[in-house]
Design a protein around this ligand. Sequence first.
Ligand SMILES: Nc1nc2c(c(=O)[nH]1)N=C([C@H](O)[C@H](O)COP(=O)(O)OP(=O)(O)OP(=O)(O)O)CN2
Ligand code: ZN
Length: 116
Amino acid sequence: MYTISKEFHFSASHQLHGLKNDHPCGRIHGHNYTLKIFLRGEPNKDGFVQDYNDLKPISDWVNNTLDHRHLNDVFDFQTSVENMSKYIFDLFKPEFPLLVAVEMSETPKTNCRYEE
Ligand SMILES: Nc1nc2c(c(=O)[nH]1)N=C([C@H](O)[C@H](O)COP(=O)(O)OP(=O)(O)OP(=O)(O)O)CN2
Ligand SMILES: [Zn+2]
């Protein structure tokens, strides 16, 4: 069994609500986000678990919906990487049944992985 992955990058601003008053993330700020998609399966006759090129709809969605946006305007929930990675998993699982996990990073030092 194989697990393949592809990364997508976007820049966006956001503001977290409900944090203690002096929490820096309560202010509007931005990140260069990394989104990583994981697919698991056996290779087909072409030797691919899934052609990376098939993931263009995810790339298009990231570029059109998330890149250079204020994420609080995009999502109607707290824009933590936990909440967004699950949302993205649930959004693309029907189109990509081999999808097994979604990871999101706000900075090179932090990472969140959502899997079923
Ligand atoms: N579990 C989570 N914790 C935090 C999230 C999150 O989505 N999930 N998000 C934030 C903020 O978005 C914040 O911008 C990122 O926090 P942090 O890594 O602490 O930011 P810094 O780069 O400033 O950290 P340094 O340690 O100063 O480099 C907060 N927490
Ligand atoms: Zn943040």
